[in-house]
Ligand binder design. Structure first.
Ligand code: SAM
Length: 246
């Protein structure tokens, strides 16, 4: 169930009700949020955010493409090299289906390399946080070649056509400590829990592998088993591996 959307300023009344309607929840004022701290969405002049009292990070979770806009590429330079290698050389821009949008970090890499991306996110909450982050981004240009959709990849698979690359980066199993390695990933896990979105990565992989495309790139923790023994090649970094299927 989607938790309530809280707003404190009357100027946000109408927008809060519209966003709440789209999310399938109710908009309430901060005075109406009484009792024990509880998960909720928040709309303020800073945009849309999500709060969960059990998250280790006491900050609200918000997608901010501005503060990281220069940082994300520098911090992820090694990652960028691996992704480029996994995509392979191409003299034209690729049409990529990112089946697991998450925080759009990998999609941003694809976009910055000039590719066209359709990114799928199953979570309604995360999808709205992403839309909000994009609307506040100072770099609107980079999102011109992005089509962001709120759907499960397995539901979209049958209509997926004309993609060069299928990209799949599922969550790590929640029993592993790794899943809690970053505050942001922990928040995503909490969001998925609240929306009762359970993942079966192997089943998803099997459906996605049927989409006609030149290649499928699957991101895995370095020590994890590949989803299939049919991997054509692997591109490995220190902690992450990309399994490539042709
Ligand atoms: C590990 S995160 C992806 C991180 C992303 N690659 C990035 O760079 O920010 C996995 C995300 O994919 C979403 N997801 C997982 N399985 C999915 C599926 N079958 N269809 C759509 N979204 C899915 C999850 O809700 C979560 O937000």
């Amino acid at each position: 169930m989607i938790p309530p959307l809280v707003f404190s300023q009357t100027i946000h009344n109408e927008l809060a009700r519209e966003v709440a309607r789209n999310l399938g929840t109710t908009a309430i004022t901060s005075e109406q949020l009484v009792g024990q701290p509880q998960p909720h969405l928040n709309l303020s002049e800073e945009g849309l955010s999500f709060f969960h009292p059990e998250a280790r990070s006491k900050n609200k979770f918000q997608i901010d493409f501005n503060s990281g806009s220069t940082g994300w590429r520098i911090k992820r330079a090694d990652h960028e090299k691996l992704i480029k290698k996994a995509l392979g050389k191409s003299d034209h821009s690729l049409n990529i289906l990112d089946c697991t949008a998450g925080m759009l970090q990998d999609t941003l890499l694809f976009l910055s390399l000039g590719h066209q991306v359709t990114a799928l996110e199953q979570s309604k909450i995360l999808f709205h946080l992403l839309q909000d982050g994009i609307s506040r981004s100072k770099d609107q240009h980079i999102f011109k070649k992005l089509d962001l959709l709120n759907t499960k990849a397995s539901s979209y698979a049958a209509q997926a056509k004309n993609f060069d690359v299928i990209y799949f980066d599922p969550m790590y199993p929640s029993t592993k400590k790794k899943a809690l390695s970053s505050g942001q990933l922990e928040y995503i896990s909490k969001i998925l829990e609240i929306e009762s979105l359970e993942n079966n990565s192997i089943k998803d992989f099997e459906v996605l592998q049927l989409i006609p495309a030149r290649k499928m790139v699957v991101k895995r923790p370095i020590k994890a088993e590949p989803f299939s023994l049919q991997t054509n090649y692997q591109v490995s970094g220190k902690t992450t591996r990309f399994d490539v299927y042709l």
